[in-house]
Design a protein around this ligand. Structure first.
Ligand SMILES: [Cu+2]
Length: 106
């Protein structure tokens, strides 16, 4: 019962914030692929990268102004990225050169 009340309150907070509420995108890394491969986000949204595979991954971006490197992500690891800047950038993987995805922050 206590948990149910907490959920109702959380829903009310989201409604109050309206269109400005930040959202979260979940990106799965599996079979040397990002799913989804492209997201349209807004400023303040977050992206949660989840390694759903049995192998290590290493996400990074070398798009000028958006550089980051998650370093080695072991199976099951999660990494959350907050989108603090508008623009479009690519994310790739050091270990699997064919892995690519695009993030567009509006
Ligand atoms: Cu990879």
């Amino acid at each position: 019962m206590r948990q149910f009340t907490a959920i109702l309150i959380a829903g009310a907070v989201l409604l109050t914030a309206g269109g400005a509420a930040a959202g979260e995108f979940v990106i799965s890394q599996k079979k040397k692929r990002f799913t989804p491969k492209q997201i349209e986000a807004k400023l303040g949204d977050t992206v949660l990268f989840v390694n759903d595979d049995r192998y290590a991954y290493n996400l990074f971006s070398d798009t000028p102004g958006f550089e980051f490197d998650v370093r080695k992500q072991m199976p099951g690891d999660q990494h959350r990225l907050t989108l603090e800047k508008r623009g479009k950038f690519k994310i790739r993987c050091v270990i699997h050169p064919r892995m690519k995805m695009t993030v567009n922050v509006k």
